[in-house]
Design a protein around this ligand. Structure first.
Ligand code: NDP
Ligand code: OXD
Length: 309
């Protein structure tokens, strides 16, 4: 009986502590300490060492401690026949919406450009955009995308979104499926990617998509690095078709030193921190699922293996 926490980002003890505080009766271990591997039934994972999941012969569930599960599918040795759950959490959604709102305003009001000018002691005012002039288009209208769309709309932006299935969200124009993608892109000034990374969405932010956006459109990628074709973005920025991009996620994290994004004046980077799972907020759903597992009840927030999210 028990849960093992598998991650490599230095946050193992924080998660263990939060799990133990919330449910002292549940045995919780890290991979770094001696633990009874045959008794582990749930693995709470975030970019775990590849192959580590196969060390637990009686594992019954793989629980991502984030919203995304793409890293689990990348581990070809993982027991992918087991149920996989993910985090759905109001704080995660709120933090994402706040990050996107901050990024959109930084773009409208040239905040990052002025920071660069400051380093050069350049005194030069630039034209700014007003909220009413900008339509924000969100790729992905799931837990994070739909909430972010609603928040942006509540502060006065014109918002539209695109998803796989049809959606109805108050004050948000919705599009769905490949047939409606071009229509959505054609009227999007700020494109926000909040899709899960799956075989269907890998590389979706590419030349073909950029060409369909209006000139001077701006890209915000807060989903996964694998959605973006880096070279196509650089080309669209250098040709002047896109006015800039704010990227929170990258193919390799941390982004390697020689990558052109580091020095590109039109690329604004953050280190995959748009929205970070809050242990206190998330732990109750992990323990609830652990107890469901033990009593044979259906798990909450289980992903679809067919869809990959
Ligand atoms: P959800 O699973 O709730 O939503 C995914 C959305 O994408 C759904 O609307 C879904 O459509 C849509 N979608 C999936 N595949 C396609 C497709 N092929 N075509 C069109 N639409 C598609 O995910 P979340 O909102 O919880 O999270 C989204 C992603 O955000 C995560 O997977 C993760 O990668 C990223 N993330 C990034 C963070 C960061 O700090 N940068 C933090 C947290 C998450 P439908 O509704 O029809 O199923
Ligand atoms: C997540 C993330 O998927 O932090 O939760 O990227």
């Amino acid at each position: 009986m028990g849960i093992v926490v598998l991650r490599q980002d230095g946050k193992t003890d924080e998660w263990k502590r939060a799990l133990r505080n919330f449910a002292p009766e549940v045995p919780v271990y890290s991979a770094e300490e001696p633990h009874p591997k045959a008794e582990i039934e749930m693995a709470l994972v975030w970019k775990h060492p590849k192959g580590s999941l196969s060390e637990y012969p009686n594992l019954k569930c793989i629980a991502s401690s984030g919203a995304g599960v793409d890293f689990i599918f990348k581990d070809t040795q993982a027991p992918l026949h087991l149920p996989i759950t993910r985090v759905v959490d109001p704080i995660l959604a709120k933090d994402m919406a706040e990050h996107v709102i901050a990024t959109v305003f930084a773009h409208l009001k040239n905040v990052n450009t002025y920071k660069l000018q400051q380093f050069d002691q350049t005194w030069k005012s630039r034209t700014y955009l007003r909220m009413k002039e900008v339509t924000i288009g969100i790729l992905g209208l799931g837990e994070l995308g739909a909430f972010t769309a609603t928040e942006l709309s509540a502060i006065g932006f014109k918002v539209q979104g695109w998803s796989r299935s049809q959606k109805k969200i108050t004050s948000v124009t919705t599009f769905n499926g490949p047939d409606q993608l071009d229509l959505f892109l054609g009227s999007t000034d700020v494109l926000v990617c909040l899709l899960p990374l799956t075989p269907n969405t890998q590389g979706i932010l590419n030349k073909k998509i950029f060409e369909k956006l209006p000139k001077n459109a701006f890209l915000i990628n807060v989903a996964r690095g694998g959605h973006l074709n880096d070279d196509d973005l650089l080309e669209a920025l250098d040709s002047g078709h896109l006015s800039g991009a704010a990227l929170d996620v990258f193919h390799t994290e941390p982004l390697p030193g020689p990558h052109p994004f580091w020095q590109h004046p039109k690329v604004h980077m953050s280190p995959h921190c748009a929205s970070v799972s809050d242990t206190e907020s998330v732990v109750p759903q992990i323990i609830a699922n652990y107890k469901r597992l033990k009593t044979g009840k259906a798990l909450e927030n289980e992903i679809s293996k067919t869809q990959g999210y």
